[in-house]
Design a protein around this ligand. Structure first.
Ligand code: MSP
Length: 674
């Protein structure tokens, strides 16, 4: 058992919670849930950053006392996170006395230990108010414009305290070299190392030009610069109570999740401040990438328009999963759709497709299929697994489960939630393939109840493992899944590692609940309505406008569906011979990136060869065993070099996100669709 402490940045209260800030917060919550499952003693902190000139000015412009303004805004953050199934242990505000007093203590401690580290000087230079940072001429764009905020910086001249950052360059470089896990991902570490190697300037860490901040001890006409005030929140929040102090002082992990925009503050300035104060350094600063929304940069207008809570609600309504279930779906989309550490696009159409493919067809379908079979064949109870009725199919599935469980666990440990989810879905695919191959309905006809029970018992064990694997990201759907499986919700306990290493055999006779769709499929119409409802005005390009312009005004909703082809009569339709096929074998076509060569069982004397453009979306292993819909009477198509395709497999979506058309129920290969 170890301690695990994870933090999000504290968010500025001049904004409302948006998709970007939700991304970091949801990731932190999921990561901490994973650690709870592992039996770690965990703590998660988030909060708000409430000092600085920017907020003082904004409150004045609104005619509200600054303290009231920041409280109101902070409340919105605190109220938002639980709606996304985020459960922080603490919410810190930089205007709280518990924080202010300790930032002053830190200042004094630095002066006591290293008097030369904080010295009074004079500063004249360029200051960007939104960045709350001084800029060198070199950093500015022509016209003295801040490269980040694209607005002119202000010339300021004032007395200021400086932090002797320049004295910490070597110590920081040594730390990065000794602790390669300190800055992640690796590409970001290289950036940080080059920045430090290029030479560090001392930091101006106090202001006399405004009052909304923490006074410098013994020189209160100065207030402490916002970053020197904000960064310590991770430490100050733990200092009030004896039982929380060990999260910093002990040898457990301290992980800061931040967006790449604020990596330098966390990976350079913060450790230098901690070194100067003689405090321990965090274990890891992980910088994730930035989200765009439907391909557009998240300008402030767009950010405000894309409301994550409304989005979770809309997902919940469309999938009939309620608010918590909708939050789960949003969490899944954020953590599965974007590789953690890289920039990514939150594309609504891709989200709907991913929902249907991963959650609806794969995971959800597996659950309802297995529960449906159990209700028919085992009286809705957990059956006994009989060692004598076990075949290599079960051994294969159990081995695959152990492999995927292990790979998902190491993905979480490497802070790769997208991969952990990929492994989880791969296990569902393996189980779906297994159902087709083991064919319990056929075994029932052969009259072997032991074999049927062994198959269904094995599948229930897989579903139990999956319900644990999804819990960090989909906590409320995991509860519902377990309810249907007749299991209590996941209940993490400190000191008990509950991440399964393989399949658990359940006690026979335990009752199962009737299947209710866990992730009902979104049909084309509902999907389009959802996309329409979630596309804010600010994200809708005007016809003929450049869609990448961040704040293009809305004229008309985006095109929702391609124009339907001209009608055909029944005769024309019935000339198409659509058949159910089962893929028996599959391989890549050498030198053809997009093509797979499939061997498809259509109930004929021998399987057909079909060449299909599926390779950007599926690996050969992922497709073997799948049930597909085939146009069986399509004239053979010659791809050259002896490659002839005898039919076509139906699928939908962009070529790198294809979803296969398939049929519901237990239909034999060769069945005709009409
Ligand atoms: N107050 C500082 C942080 C102080 S931490 C000691 C701050 N606040 S912020 O409100 O601007 O939040 C910045 C953080 O919001 C980013 O680091 C990132 O975590 C998140 N994001 C904001 N926009 C984002 C995207 N478009 N995409 C992903 N994350 C984004 O900086």
């Amino acid at each position: 058992m170890s301690r695990f402490y994870v933090t999000t940045p504290i968010y500025y209260v001049n904004d409302v919670p948006h998709l970007g800030t939700s991304y970091t917060t949801v990731a932190a919550d999921a990561l901490r849930r994973y650690h709870r499952l592992r039996g770690d003693v965990t703590r998660m902190l988030t909060g708000t950053d409430e000092h600085g000139l920017k907020l003082e000015r904004e409150a004045r412009e609104r005619g509200i006392p600054t303290a009231d303004f920041v409280r109101e805004m902070s409340d919105r953050f605190e109220a938002a996170w639980p709606k996304l199934e985020v459960e922080p242990d603490d919410f810190i505000r930089t205007t709280q006395p518990r924080h202010e007093a300790r930032v002053q203590w830190l200042w004094e401690e630095i002066r006591r230990r290293h008097p030369e580290d904080l010295y009074l000087g004079a500063y004249e230079g360029w200051y960007c108010v939104p960045c709350e940072e001084l800029k060198t001429e070199k950093e500015l764009e022509p016209g003295n414009v801040c490269p980040i905020h694209k607005r002119p910086v202000e010339r300021i001249k004032e007395e200021s305290y400086f932090f002797r950052l320049s004295g910490y360059g070597q110590a920081l470089l040594d730390h990065y070299a000794k602790h390669p896990e300190f800055v992640l991902p690796e590409s970001r570490r290289n950036e940080v190392v080059s920045f430090v190697e290029s030479g560090l300037r001392d930091l101006s860490v106090s202001r006399t030009s405004f009052r909304w901040g923490i006074p410098v001890p013994e020189d209160p006409k100065h207030v402490i610069w916002v970053w020197f005030d904000a960064l310590p929140n991770y430490w100050t929040a733990l200092q009030e109570r004896e039982d929380t102090k060990p999260f910093w002082d002990g040898d457990g992990a301290v992980v800061h999740l931040v967006g790449k925009d604020i990596l330098r503050f966390h990976a350079v300035y913060w450790p230098a401040i901690l070194m100067s104060a003689g405090l321990r350094l965090p274990t890891t600063v992980f910088a994730h990438g930035f989200l765009t929304f439907n391909g557009q940069k998240m300008s402030k207008t767009l950010r405000n328009a894309v409301d994550p809570i409304g989005m979770a609600r809309a997902f919940g309504d469309a999938t009939r999963a309620g608010e918590a279930g909708g939050a789960d779906v949003l969490r899944y989309q954020l953590l599965r759709g974007i590789a953690f550490g890289q920039d990514g696009d939150f594309d609504l159409a891709a989200m709907v497709e991913r929902y249907n493919a991963d959650l609806g067809k794969n995971l959800g379908n597996l659950l309802s299929r297995v529960l449906g079979l159990c209700s028919k064949m085992t009286e809705g109870k957990v059956p006994a697994i009989d060692a004598g009725a076990t075949t290599p199919l079960e051994t294969g599935l159990a081995e695959a489960a152990a492999r995927h469980l292990d790979a998902a666990r190491s993905s979480w440990s490497r802070l790769e939630p997208h991969r952990a989810l990929e492994e989880t879905l791969a296990l569902c695919t393996a189980a779906n393939v297994y159902v087709d191959r083991a064919a319990p309905w056929a075994e029932a006809k052969k009259g072997g109840p032991k074999r049927v029970e062994t198959i269904l018992g094995t599948l229930l064990s897989v579903l139990e493992a999956v319900s644990v694997m999804i819990w960090p990201v989909l906590p409320s759907r995991s509860d519902e899944m377990r309810r249907q499986l007749g299991l209590a919700p996941v209940a993490p306990r400190a000191g008990v590692d509950q991440w399964p290493s393989g399949l658990r055999t359940r006690a026979p006779g335990e009752a199962l609940a009737p299947a209710l769709p866990l992730f009902p499929m979104l049909d084309a119409d509902t999907g389009q309505k959802l996309i329409g409802a979630l596309t804010p005005q600010a994200a809708r390009p005007e016809q003929g406008e450049d869609a990448s312009r961040p704040e293009a005004p809305a004229a008309s909703p985006p095109p929702v569906a391609p124009a339907a082809p001209a009608p055909i009569d029944y005769e024309a339709f019935s000339a198409v011979d659509l058949r159910v096929g089962v893929v028996r074998a599959c391989e890549r076509v050498p030198k053809k990136d997009k093509l797979l060569r499939l061997s498809v069982d259509l109930g004929e004397a021998s399987p057909r060869t079909i060449i299909a453009g599926l390779a950007l979306s599926f690996s050969p292993e992922a497709i073997v065993g799948r049930k597909v819909v085939v146009v069986a009477n399509l004239a053979p198509r010659d791809f050259g070099k002896g490659l002839v395709s005898h039919g076509m497999v139906l699928a939908t979506g962009p070529s790198d996100h294809l979803t296969l058309a398939t049929v519901d129920g237990d239909v034999p290969p060769g069945a005709r669709l009409k």
